[in-house]
Design a binder for this molecule. Structure first.
Ligand code: ATP
Ligand code: MG
Length: 458
């Protein structure tokens, strides 16, 4: 479909508010709130908060990023400065202030090797600033051009790390909402770092009042239609980034915001295999699933997405053979079941257990069956059924099948996958071979599970 065709019937398909803002207010082209007055005022500042300003690192639609130096800790920091309104006294600006600090607080609580750490937030005169981990590297935007694409295995490795980081944020209730190549950085040593967690959220809200800021290229259909967004929206955006890193073209290209938004809502991207036939077909499948417009067809969790990327990585012959096992250990260690386990203990358990992926609807254990394995849900949801009645829904971090192990009896209930799930299957024989301390940790966890189930019954 051409952009002109896309323009033909706008209001019926897009949210009416978006359409009005984009078209009637003439906001269908890229908007920047970084005005020249703001830049001039900033250029006279040698310090912001307690930080010395060294040089400008870049500029986005909401502000400017500087390389700064913390004079007390003597470390480099990246300082992001924004000033959304010239009149900083009005109600909208006060709302912005509240939102800015609330989001800075939630982003500041995230601590993950693949997430840019937030050190500090504050106001300097009428500017807002965030001091964060300085990344000596470049954003993924540099690797989206056809002549500068990364090897396929590196792309998959980056996306795997990104899924892992975003899964961690989701498990702590933080949705990014602005996943795009310029918010994903590659360090000098090749590690992935996601930036602008939560803060983008504040900017997105401003987009609705001041016109769209930045590009909508990576927004999910539900974001465009101004519906409530959740983890699955970030999954869609990750799918757009994966697509672009593989072929050097946007999944939903267009001459203006309106054409892009229309495509995201109504058309499928050109299949990657048509543009780069040598790409392993599994990646085409993965992209389709991440970019499904229907959220119930899309990956339900980033963990699920990461699992498939890991399968794809195994099949890539040019894989940088840095052991992915290490990534998996960290991944599993994040699951709440393993809160009291050390990383080494998780590593040992992983060596002799199986990670399995099951599709929605599959029966995982059956009432009456005799088997000594138990399962920990790493992603997705499972339904517990007894006498043909659903009695509970259990999710990430919870276990099932442990009663048969503890009581040495047949399965007391049936459990089936309520969504696609990634599970860790552990056999009792393995557990009996583990050290006493590990066995104790498992028993403690089982006891806590039983107690919480009893409390729920009451
Ligand atoms: N933590 C950081 N360390 C080093 N450089 C950074 C860091 N964060 C951002 N940058 C640089 O600053 C630039 C501007 O970042 P900013 O988040 O303001 O805008 P953007 O993400 O590129 O675009 P937009 O505002 O449309 O989201 C980035 O492209 C990057 O080059
Ligand atoms: Mg950014």
């Amino acid at each position: 479909m051409t952009p002109n065709e896309a323009n033909a019937e706008p209001a019926k398909k897009l949210g009416i508010t978006s359409w009005l803002k984009l078209k009637l207010l003439g906001k269908d082209k890229e908007t920047s709130l970084v005005n020249t007055q703001f830049l001039n005022e900033l250029s006279s500042h040698k310090t912001i908060g307690r930080y010395d300003i060294m040089e400008k690192l870049g500029q986005g639609s909401m502000g400017v990023v500087y390389l700064g130096m913390d004079p007390y800790i003597k470390r480099n920091v990246a300082i992001k400065v924004s000033r959304p309104y010239v009149d900083h006294q009005d109600t909208e600006a006060k709302n912005y202030r509240t939102r800015f600090f609330t989001e800075a607080q939630s982003a500041g609580r995230l601590s993950h090797p693949n997430i840019v750490a937030i050190y500090d937030a504050g106001m300097h005169q009428n500017f807002y600033y965030l001091a964060m981990e300085y990344i000596n590297g470049s954003t993924l935007k540099n690797f989206c051009a056809k002549e500068n694409l990364l090897p396929v295995s590196k792309v998959v490795e980056i996306m795997f790390a990104a899924c892992r980081a975003i899964d961690y944020a989701h498990s702590r209730g933080v949705v990014h909402r602005d996943i795009k190549p310029s918010n994903m950085m590659l360090t000098e040593s090749g590690d992935t770092k996601i930036t602008d967690f939560g803060i983008a959220h504040v900017h997105t809200d401003i987009s609705y009042t001041k016109g769209l800021i930045g590009s909508p290229c990576y927004m999910s259909p539900e974001q465009i239609q101004e519906k409530a967004v959740d983890d699955k929206s970030d999954i869609f955006s990750l799918g757009c980034v994966l697509y672009e890193l593989l072929i050097g073209e946007k999944a939903f290209p267009g001459d203006n915001h309106f054409a892009i938004m229309y495509k995201i809502s109504h058309s499928d991207p050109v299949p990657v295999l048509e543009i780069r036939p040598k790409i392993p077909p599994i990646l085409d499948k993965i992209i389709r699933k991440a970019l499904a417009k229907d959220t119930s067809v899309r990956y339900q969790t980033c963990m699920d997405f990461a699992y498939d990327l890991r399968v794809a990585l195994r099949g890539l012959t040019d894989t940088v053979k840095k052991s992915k096992a290490e990534d998996i250990v960290d991944y599993v260690h994040q699951v709440s079941f393993f809160d009291n386990f050390t990383r080494d203990q998780v590593k040992n358990i992983l060596k002799s257990s199986n990670l399995i992926k099951v599709l929605k609807g599959k029966v995982l254990v059956s009432e009456g069956e005799i088997d000594d394995s138990f399962y920990i849900i790493l992603s997705g949801k499972a339904v517990v059924r007894k006498n043909d009645k659903n009695i509970a829904v259990i999710s990430r971090g919870e276990c099932f099948g442990e009663m048969a192990y503890l009581a040495g009896d047949a399965r007391a209930a049936t459990v089936l996958a309520g969504t696609d799930c990634v599970l860790m299957k552990i056999s009792a024989t393995l557990l009996e071979r583990s050290s006493e301390s590990v066995q104790l940790l498992f028993l403690k966890r089982f006891a806590m599970t039983l107690l919480s189930r009893l409390a729920q019954k009451k």
